[in-house]
Design a protein around this ligand. Sequence first.
Ligand code: 1DF
Ligand code: MN
Length: 366
Amino acid sequence: MTASHDAPETAPVANPPYRRIATEEAFCPPDMLDVYKRLIEAGKVDDPGFNTMFGFYLSSPSERARIIASQLGDLGAQRLAHMDAAGVDHAVLALTSPGVQVMEKADAVAYATYANDWLVDNIRRHPDRYSGLAAVAPQDPAAAAKEIARAKALGLRGVIINSHTGHEYLDDPKFWPIFEAAEQLEMPIYLHPYTPSKQMIQPFLEKGLDGAIFGFSVETGLHMLRIIIAGVFDRFPKLQMILGHTGEALPFWLYRLDYMHRAGVVSKRYEAMQPLQRKVSDYLRENVHYTNSGVAWAPSIRFVQDVIGVDRVMYAMDYPYQYVPGEVGILDRMDMPAEVKKQFFQTNAERLFRIAPADAATGAAA
Ligand code: 1DF
Ligand code: MN
């Protein structure tokens, strides 16, 4: 698909007064799909969500499955041409969900290192076009903390974690060395979606709702709330995290979350719901950034800007899962003040991910 296939009113605007930085862009080293294939064939992964998702991407004859599987493994000419066609100047790359989080512990630690080295190698070939987030293996929190430090030294700009790991959530204190390292090294953690954990996936599977259509968002929003309720941001107040998909619906809930959290604390209804230093909405406003991945829809984007803040909402495409150049044109034409649109497409991502501001004239699509 190229821009020329789009209706004129959705073609990306030529020479916009901002650099377009896409912040949730998936890749994997080509051999990772072979690893997944072996895991699925061996029946090794006790995770219905993984088996259905990569069962589909690795063996469906559909066009969607074949194209996405091949695009994930390419950080070369084809990906750059697709970015050019969509007017994306710079992509913040991350190992595709669920990354190493379905592998055995030792394999996961080793593969994260390998994938991060492969990513850094590709970024060095196109430093103006790519930045990256580090994969880590939460299965081994101490190794993950070390990998965050190594990744920072290699020039990666944050960390990606794809929701649950073996059906466990990061609010468990055994995972907190990861938060400690991320806070200390100022590496934001992108809490990217994954399929619902096995404790709750069945009703989603029954109607095909386990994936990006809805289950991803329920799982990931729940995960962020668990992190907040557990007091992670009281313990690590400078930690910054990122949610995609306009915040996995959490911004819409701010009022009720605050009211019912306070009611739950005051009535001492739950042992697990203890007083926090700030309101639930404060953590979502002060410790979380947001991207619009998969949501090329101005009402949702403006809502998050309104209730969270214009300095925390960033553009993302979600390549290759949602490669639609016309969506860039729709976003270019959002009814939004020019300076806010520039924050959205460019400057918020430059600040959070420390991407050097480029002269617009050097942007490849400009
Ligand atoms: C899908 C969507 C798959 C997203 C993803 O990773 C993913 C999908 C495996 O549509 O199956 O990252 N997404 O973020 O929307
Ligand atoms: Mn994604």
